[in-house]
Design a protein around this ligand. Structure first.
Ligand code: ADP
Length: 191
């Protein structure tokens, strides 16, 4: 099973992905988490990505595709993979489809979290006070929303056109309430 959790910044992808990983035994692969680790470790990738991320821009497609290519086989070795934060552009989606089809696989499910923009901005500003993430400043948030509308939304169209199962889930409410909706959308009760 290859799933994608999809949604704008602040929609709760990371929170829900962690719950899905636990309950559905899918390996959670978050490109944002991977990049943040690279930044902390001060690797060459981290040095290249750090400034771009802090400004709220997307890192180059090639860099992120290479990261996913190197991690996907290990993640796929288990029951399945849940991609979080990837693909974020059409080029990334096409690269992913090609990687998977080389192994006779394809994207099985896209879970798209719906949250109104004013709620997203409130959540991100609130998180800024708690976690102090470098890209949760007002300027970077505005830029991330802009990138999402300009480049990332097209990824959802891409999978809809390719007749991949897309489940839209209302992302408002507590993490547990949203997770319950996801569980119903996936259509299998866990355990
Ligand atoms: P959010 O969805 O809240 O913006 P993420 O943790 O998914 O958070 O991503 C944080 C940042 O990492 C992005 O703004 C971008 O700079 C970089 N990033 C993560 N994934 C990708 C990707 N697939 N392509 C390009 N940049 C990415």
């Amino acid at each position: 099973m290859i799933g994608i959790i999809f949604g704008p910044p602040g929609s709760g992808k990371g929170t829900q992905a962690a719950k899905i990983e636990q309950d559905f035994r899918l390996k959670h692969l978050s490109t944002g988490d991977i990049l943040r680790h690279e930044v902390v470790a001060g690797t060459p990738i981290g040095q290249e990505a750090g400034r771009i991320m802090a400004a709220g821009d997307l890192v180059p497609d090639q860099l992120i595709v290479d990261i996913v290519r190197s991690r996907l086989p290990e993640a796929e070795a288990g029951d399945g993979v849940l991609l979080d934060g990837f693909p974020r552009t059409l080029r990334q989606a096409r690269a992913l489809d090609a990687m998977l089809s080389d192994e006779g696989h394809n994207v099985d499910l896209v879970l798209a979290l719906d949250v109104p923009e004013e709620v997203l901005i409130d959540r991100l500003l609130h998180r800024a006070q708690i976690e102090g993430r470098a890209d949760d400043t007002r300027e970077a948030i505005t830029e991330r929303m802009h990138e999402y509308h300009k480049l990332t939304e097209a990824v959802l169209d891409h999978y809809q056109r390719r007749r991949v199962r897309v489940e839209r889930v209302d992302g408002l409410g507590s993490p547990d309430a949203v997770f319950e909706r996801i569980r119903r959308a996936i259509g299998i009760s866990s355990r």
